[in-house]
Design a protein around this ligand. Sequence first.
Ligand SMILES: Cc1cc2nc3c(=O)[nH]c(=O)nc-3n(C[C@H](O)[C@H](O)[C@H](O)COP(=O)(O)OP(=O)(O)OC[C@H]3O[C@@H](n4cnc5c(N)ncnc54)[C@H](O)[C@@H]3O)c2cc1C
Length: 356
Amino acid sequence: MRRDYDVIVLGGGAAGLLCAIEAGKRGRRVAVLERAERIGKKILISGGGRCNFTNLHCRPENFLSANPHFCKSALARYTPADFIALVEKHGIAYHENIKVSEVHRDSRFRVLSEGNELVAEALVVATGGLSIPKMGATAFGYDLARQFGLSIQACRPALVPLLWAAEERKHYGDLAGVSLDVIASTDGRRFREAMLFTHRGLSGPAILQISSYWQTGKAITIDLAPDADPLSPIRASPSHRDSLALKRALRSALPTRFADRWLALHSPERLPNAALDAFAAELHHWNITPVGDEGHDKAEVTAGGVDTSELSAKTMECRKVPGLYFIGEVVDVTGHLGGFNFQWAWASGYAAGQSV
Ligand SMILES: Cc1cc2nc3c(=O)[nH]c(=O)nc-3n(C[C@H](O)[C@H](O)[C@H](O)COP(=O)(O)OP(=O)(O)OC[C@H]3O[C@@H](n4cnc5c(N)ncnc54)[C@H](O)[C@@H]3O)c2cc1C
C-alpha cells in the first residue's frame, strides 16, 4: 500500500516530535515513524522521569561539535523559553509505530516499511544516537547519511562513566557509593560538580561532563578539595603534626571512607613542610588515566554524528540532497549535562519543522 505525505520524520524522539509538531502547525501532512513501541521514550526515562528538559543558561559553549558555530542559529531561534511555553500549552498528538527497512529517493523520498510505501517530498532523520540500545537506539540515521554520501564525524559515547585501570580498581573499587565535590579537568576543560566512585570506575556529573572531552590514553586531573586547604589546621600548629592530626584534618574535608583510603595510599612518613606541600599538591592534582568508558550501554549521549558541514545551520537540510534533513542527536552537536541535549533536539527540530 502506498501513502503520500509532505514530510516523513524517522524517529519519534525529542527532535522528531518537535519537528512534526511545527510542520503540522504549518499545515504539512506529517508521518512520524517510530520503531519502538512508544514515542518519546527517552524523554520519559531521562532523569528518572524528571529530566532536565532544557537549560535556561543555554549557550553555544555548552555544546561540542567539529564546528562549534553550527548550533548558534537554531539555538537562537528556539530558546529554552520557547520550549517552556510549549510544555505549558500542548500534549503530543499522534504517532505511528513502524519498522523502516529501506529508503530510496527519485523525485521524492520513498520509505519502505512492512509492505507499505510512504512517499514524501521531505524526509527528516531524527533517529537519535547510539546510546542505550535497549531503548531503541540504532545506527540507522548514520547508515542513511552514508547511503546519501554524507560524511560523519566519528561517533563515541559521551556523558559516560569512566573505567579504572587495574591498579586503581584494586585501590578504590570498594569505595563504590562515595561521592564528593571535585573539579575534573582534561585538555583545558574543567567542571566543578559531584564525583561518584563506582565498582568499575568513576561517575557522577563531574566525570560525565569531562568524559565528553576525554580522549583514550590521556589523563584526567581531579582536584579533590577545590578552593580548600584541608591541611591548614596542621600547618597552623606545628607542635601537633602527627598522623592522627593528618587523619583528623583530612576527614574534616573529605568523606571518611575516602579520606582513610587516601591516607593509607599516600600518607607521608614524616610531615615537614615540604612533605605537607607535596601531599596537598597531590590532593589538588590527582592524575588518573582511565582505561576506557562504560560504552554506549551507559552513555547518556553520542558525540560525533552527521558532519555539520553537510547541513544548513538554518534549516538542517542537507546541502547535497535537497529535502533530506538531520536533526537532534544524530547530528554532530553534543551538549553538556543539564538539559542542553534536549534543548538542541527541540531547537534543531524547530528549525527543520519551519522549513519542511
Ligand atoms: C538515561 C538518559 C538520561 C538523559 N537525561 C537527559 C536530561 O536530563 N537532559 C537532556 O537534555 N538530555 C538527556 N539525555 C539525552 C537526551 O535524551 C537525548 O539527547 C535526546 O533524547 C536526543 O533526542 P533525539 O530526538 O535526537 O533522539 P532520541 O530521543 O533518542 O529519539 C530517537 C528516536 O528514534 C527512534 N529510532 C531509532 N532508529 C529508528 C529507526 N530505524 N526507525 C524508526 N525510529 C527509529 C528511537 O526509538 C527513538 O525513539 C538523556 C539520555 C539518557 C539515555
